[in-house]
Design a protein around this ligand. Sequence first.
Ligand code: GLP
Length: 245
Amino acid sequence: MSPLKGQKLTVSVHASAGDAGAAAAEHVAGLVRPNPTAVLGLATGSSPLPLYQALQQADLNLKAVTAFALDEYVGLPAGHAQSYASVIRSQVVEPLGLTPARVHVPDGNPAEVNAVGEAYEAQILAAGGIDLQILGIGSNGHIGFNEPRSPFSSRTRVVALADRTRQDNARFFEAPEAVPTHAVTQGLATIFQARHLLLIAHGPGKAQAIKRALTGPVTEDVPASILQLHPSVTVYLSKAAAALL
Ligand code: GLP
């Protein structure tokens, strides 16, 4: 591990995505083993998959863990395979044995759009806050669905997705137009309140975003650059994602 900016942001570079995932899984296990009721923040997308896969190999009981997803698409029918509620269930809750009632995902079909964020923030608060937030990064530097120019002070809310994000995520849908136009996401201030942030990225397509987030100016143009201000961050990268550092 080599500290990049002072002692608070640590970057750990690995030969492959699988190795980065295994190291990140060890990190999560190191929190949960002594603290089985820890509160985790969960990311979706391809970036954390090697972490979740490696966690399956760890001898770990996650039944008492509470978890909060970062985000959810707006408007997908309940049970849609690409809703983050479905993805979290099939990729995290079921394989890792979390207790479904302890796993929260923002409501993507809220009766009252303006109330959805406040309700989710209240749930996080009632759980005592998030101990460790797992994050991926979008190719445009987004975290959760906080697109460039999201305020660092933002809280959980409904947002419009950037065209680039919809293009990036089109691979998960039957047609590019089927990608939702809006999502509910934890805000940047919400994410920043987690006691520890764990960012994971792999592949050359993330190298530029990683460089801008970790070594560029701290700016709302690059939402992930807020990590440089956080007191406790670990970044797990494949060599390809770290290539421009
Ligand atoms: C998605 C998610 C993010 C994720 C990012 C990268 O749109 N909202 O939480 O980190 O984009 O996705 P991937 O890991 O598949 O590249």
